[in-house]
Design a protein around this ligand. Structure first.
Ligand SMILES: C[S@@+](CC[C@H](N)C(=O)[O-])C[C@H]1O[C@@H](n2cnc3c(N)ncnc32)[C@H](O)[C@@H]1O
Length: 252
């Protein structure tokens, strides 16, 4: 099957693309993301993904960016290496990466339980030293190297590395699921989000209280957003329409 083939149902193309890519986003949610990327094609701006892991959702967003033309996909992740992971006292796992002279933690609040770590994560490091190597192999496999711009770090990168005129039409937030980190991701992406653009939160209104609370505090009653809707099992989606100047909204 040729990718970007206009006559083959997208959901089949997605299924085929991701069948061998480890990760957490199921096909129905990838399909929703693809559709959002596709229907916002007439807006200014690129697509941002916070939390890329091995590239499962990145290749789908990258395909949509490629099909819609003139769009880049910015992928931000801590991309942990094998030795960055440590076992906690209760047997679960977390990681800590050193980037420059700063340390960043991953899976610190909600840690990865021993069984899923041993089943899904440890085997990846038998072949590769870094998650980035797997991610990049998948980006190359689908000829997306000219579309995808990977960054190792957190959403702070948007503030420090993006040009002042950078714009985003769709952001998929799937990094650290703690309240503090999700609030930070929202605050870092908001200045770049164009009117009519979308924010998509993974693991919203399931078992991650931090994600839920951040959405409730910063998004749901925020007059800058409309058309909020939980989509499929995990996504909460908001459409932005600027009515209050950026930075002026606060729940208090
Ligand atoms: C649930 S996974 C992403 C799954 C991916 N979107 C998929 O469809 O398979 C979460 C990712 O967030 C990354 N991560 C954790 N904390 C982060 C942070 N503060 N900023 C950016 N990425 C982070 C982890 O390294 C991991 O790759």
């Amino acid at each position: 099957m040729k990718l970007t083939d206009k006559t083959i149902p997208v959901i089949r193309q997605i299924e085929e693309m991701v069948q061998d890519i480890p990760g957490w986003t199921p096909v129905d949610e990838l399909y929703t993301l693809f559709n959002l990327a596709f229907i916002t094609a007439d807006l200014d701006g690129d697509i941002v993904e916070i939390g890329a892991w091995c590239g499962r959702s990145s290749v789908v967003l990258g395909m949509a960016a490629k099909m819609t033309g003139n769009t880049k996909l910015i992928c931000i992740d801590l991309f942990p290496e094998k030795d960055d992971w440590k076992q906690n006292q209760d047997g679960s796992y977390s990681f800590e990466v050193l980037i420059g002279d700063k340390r960043y933690g991953g899976y610190q609040e909600q840690t990865v339980w021993k069984e899923p770590f041993e089943r899904d994560i440890a085997p990846l490091y038998e072949q590769y030293n870094s998650v980035f190597d797997i991610f990049y192999k998948n980006i190359k496999k689908y000829n997306l190297t000219d579309i995808v711009r990977p960054f190792r770090g957190t959403s702070e990168i948007l503030k420090t590395n993006m040009p002042i005129d950078f714009r985003c039409r769709l952001a998929f937030i799937d990094g650290d699921h703690s309240y503090r980190a999700v609030c930070q991701d929202i605050k870092n992406i908001e200045p770049f989000l164009v009117e009519g653009g979308w924010l998509c939160f993974d693991d919203a209104f399931t078992t991650y209280n931090g994600v839920n609370q951040a959405i409730e505090d910063l998004i749901i009653n925020n007059p800058n957003y409309e058309l909020c809707q939980q989509m499929t099992r995990k996504f909460f989606i908001a459409r932005k329409k600027r009515t209050v100047p950026y930075g002026k909204y606060s729940r208090d």
